[in-house]
Design a protein around this ligand. Structure first.
Ligand SMILES: C[S@@+](CC[C@H](N)C(=O)[O-])C[C@H]1O[C@@H](n2cnc3c(N)ncnc32)[C@H](O)[C@@H]1O
Length: 222
């Protein structure tokens, strides 16, 4: 189900997030992890992307995952809605040759002519974009054999579809975004409908029992 996104408002929301994230510049230090937990022994790391020469991160935030991959010799492009995020990441990592683009991901992919060996999102744009619109565009942006993978928190039981989220509390201007949450089976169907094969949808347990785990979705474009 599509939700009425207002990208002007969402940009303001994510600018505030980026300003806060970059208050501690070490937040942007190179690291690649799918989960929200530092040094999680169950995190599969970037290996699930295959052996890409080129990658696209959608909703890259700080750019720390792209920086990690660039240090391994992988050519990275990052797309993010927030001009503040793009300014910070460009300043910190522009020298690594990463292309940081400020754009809304559906618009970027719809207009794109470049294709990639892997596309991924870590609690990024795949969480905040309608999968029925995003996934077919991602499939088109991948080279044959390319991998799409993303992580985010698992759905709260019973809360499926677009989940509205106000900006910074419940007083002040009406600004909000949507996160998209589905069951494992529904994610599988979105991926297969968009043409992905070898689809795997799984939940990685948190390092501490009964803490929030991580949903990890992966598929291949034939
Ligand atoms: C929670 S942050 C991602 C954090 C990132 N993984 C990191 O380690 O810094 C989500 C990011 O997705 C971006 N985003 C959300 N919706 C987007 C959209 N429609 N198009 C492009 N970027 C989007 C936001 O600007 C934000 O930087």
């Amino acid at each position: 189900m599509s939700a009425p996104h207002n990208y002007e408002h969402e940009q303001a929301l994510w600018d505030t997030f980026a300003e806060s994230a970059w208050k501690d510049p070490s937040n942007g230090d190179p690291v690649f992890r799918w989960t929200q937990y530092k040094d999680h022994p169950g995190d599969p790391g970037p290996g699930i992307l295959g052996d890409p020469s080129t990658v696209l991160e959608i909703g890259y935030g700080t750019g720390r995952a792209l920086a990690y991959l660039a240090e391994q010799g992988i050519k990275g492009t990052g797309v993010d809605l927030s001009p503040v995020a793009v300014a910070h990441s460009t300043e910190k990592y522009g020298h690594l040759g990463i292309e940081f683009v400020c754009a809304e991901i559906l618009a970027y992919l719809a207009g794109g002519e470049t294709t990639f060996d892997a596309v991924y999102s870590v609690f990024g744009a795949a969480w905040f974009t309608d999968p029925s619109r995003l996934f077919p565009l991602v499939a088109n942006s991948l080279n044959p054999g390319g991998v799409f993978a993303f992580s985010q928190p698992p759905a709260i039981p019973g809360a499926y579809g677009p989940q509205g989220m106000y900006k910074g509390g419940f007083a002040g201007p009406v600004m909000f975004t949507y996160r998209y949450s589905y069951t494992v089976q529904q994610w599988q169907e979105f991926m297969e409908t968009a043409g992905f094969t070898d689809v795997e949808v799984r939940e990685i347990d948190a390092p501490t029992p009964s803490h929030i785990g991580t949903l990890l979705v992966r598929g291949v474009r034939n």
